[in-house]
Design a protein around this ligand. Structure first.
Ligand SMILES: [Zn+2]
Ligand SMILES: [Zn+2]
Length: 496
């Protein structure tokens, strides 16, 4: 998991908002983002400067406000409000017609089967559906039949009402353009009826079953600020490209080889990986959600094997990837190894990136590298604290997660490893500062035979331990999160 320090998207992103991002009371629920692009924008250092001509153009023709020609991403408050009824008399008016046209245009552009007005930044009760024959062509007949896939001509519903006709439920993998690149299993009613006005302000009713019924229910949810992640079986949530990710990030060296001075060395490394089976775990990247290794219970490490080459390689790779990704904790399953090992570290540099307010509110404190093997967790204070948390295996997202206030961790004892609170630290990895810290522990009752003492922590480190411990049992933070806080960390940039 990582640590977040500010609400912006800086490197040390990752954690620590005591409130649901973007959902504070009193915050504007949606904004005419670019209706008034101003000169102050061009003065801002982190936003691309506008030329005076561009400025004039935007001023005369504000082009970026909703309805957007893109799909808003989860985290955008517009996706979480109850959309407003459309005045029947306004349906044929310019504003509503423009929303409908844009909705259909965007739906066709991104090739999805349904889209709702909130997804293009307009909190109105309007949705569109279409499933052309041409998109159906690539789907094997067995899947068509199993899912009840049939072509749908373009349909627009304004102020739609839903009635359940058959309350039996079917569970299928479902995605949403507002949570782009992910999918999860969601139960939906078998058959429903939707009624409302169409784009010509005529009353229409449509009774559907199978896949179209699923789309209707999905789009109806958007009218009330509900996303499929609120209804999903979180254990089925996947990054649809997790496999691709394995392939591409396992061979990043070749692309680097072409552009760097050390090209030849990198090329050799690439060849080595290619021909020596270096794609096997431990990986030099974090596996993404969808990889089965993240969902299995990791195996205990034989205490006698801790000093062996295999386990040592896992540990050193974990530390390397954790530091490369600048996150505060990483578990072996995340690098493709289902063993009960995790590492954690919170450096001075990471702490410096946080604001004093966050430091205090979140109990942030530096701690040196720690390696935990076969750790066991005991809850010491079961009061819960809810803060925003992220995970390298669900890259780009975050959510509020309740965790116990204080925990205690204990791990295996082995020679040449120094137990720290019963967990193990490899002596080689220690810096001077860490030794000093260790001597404090020794002074506090740890003898040289390394009799166990307990590492009992509260606040921030306790959260990290619980997050990483979860990984060892195939649990991710999305299984525990407050679902309405699940957020794409770049949703704001997406609207710019
Ligand atoms: Zn959707
Ligand atoms: Zn994680």
């Amino acid at each position: 998991m990582g640590v977040e320090t500010t609400i912006s998207h800086d490197k040390y992103f990752v954690c620590l908002y005591p409130v649901a991002m973007g959902l504070e009371e009193g915050a504007p629920l949606w904004r005419q983002t670019s209706a008034t692009p101003t000169l102050s924008r061009s003065n801002s250092s982190n936003i691309k400067e506008l030329s005076y001509l561009q400025y004039l153009k935007q001023k005369i023709k504000p082009s970026e406000g909703p309805p957007y020609s893109h799909v808003c991403q989860v985290g955008d408050p517009v996706l979480r409000v109850r959309a407003a009824e459309v005045e029947p008399g306004a349906v044929l008016g310019e504003e509503v017609q423009r929303v409908i046209n844009t909705l259909v245009k965007v739906m066709r552009k991104v090739e999805c089967m349904g889209l709702s007005a909130p997804q293009i930044g307009v909190p109105m009760r309007i949705l569109a559906m279409e499933y052309p024959e041409r998109m159906l062509k690539d789907i094997p007949p067995t899947i068509r039949q199993a899912r009840g896939l049939v072509p749908i001509p373009l349909r627009v519903f304004i102020n739609p009402q839903l009635r359940i006709c058959d309350s039996r439920q079917a569970v299928f993998l479902e995605g949403c353009e507002s949570i782009s690149g992910f999918a999860a299993c969601v139960p939906r009613y078998h058959s429903v009826e939707i009624a409302g006005l169409n784009e010509k302000a005529e009353a229409v009713t449509w009774q559907v079953s199978g896949w179209p019924a699923r789309i209707v229910q999905h789009e109806m949810d958007h009218m009330d600020g509900v996303l499929y992640t609120d209804r999903m079986d979180s254990r089925t949530f996947i990054n649809v490209r997790w496999e691709e990710y394995q392939m591409t990030s396992a061979t990043p060296v070749l692309s680097r080889a072409r552009s760097s001075d050390a090209g030849f060395v990198a090329y050799l490394r690439h060849l080595k990986r290619k021909y020596m089976g270096a794609k096997d775990p431990p990986y030099n990247h974090a596996c993404q959600v969808g990889h089965p290794v993240l969902r299995s219970r990791a195996a205990e490490v034989e205490p006698g094997a801790v000093l062996g080459e295999e386990v040592q390689k896992v540990i050193s790779t974990l530390v390397k990837v954790m530091r490369k990704r600048e996150c505060v904790g990483l578990s072996a399953p995340q690098i493709g190894v289902p063993m009960r090992i995790f590492v954690a570290e919170y450096t001075e540099r990471m702490l410096e990136q946080t604001s004093p307010v966050h430091r205090e509110a979140c109990d942030l404190a530096v701690f040196p590298l720690r390696v935990f093997i076969n750790p066991r967790l005991r809850v010491c204070d079961s009061r819960t604290v809810t803060l925003v948390e992220a995970c390298e295996s669900i890259a780009g997202f975050a959510a509020s997660v309740p965790r116990n206030l204080a925990v205690e961790v204990s791990g295996e004892k082995t020679p040449t490893w120094v137990p720290c609170g019963n967990a193990l630290i490899l002596l080689d990895e220690w810096s001077e500062k860490e030794e000093e810290w260790a001597s404090n522990i020794l002074d506090n009752g740890l003898n040289e035979r390394a009799e166990p003492v307990t590492w009992q922590v509260s606040g921030w480190p306790a959260r990290i331990l619980q997050h990483e411990m979860d990984h060892l049992d195939g649990v991710l933070y999305i299984d525990r999160m407050d679902r309405c806080t699940f957020t794409n960390r770049c949703w704001e940039e997406h609207n710019k």
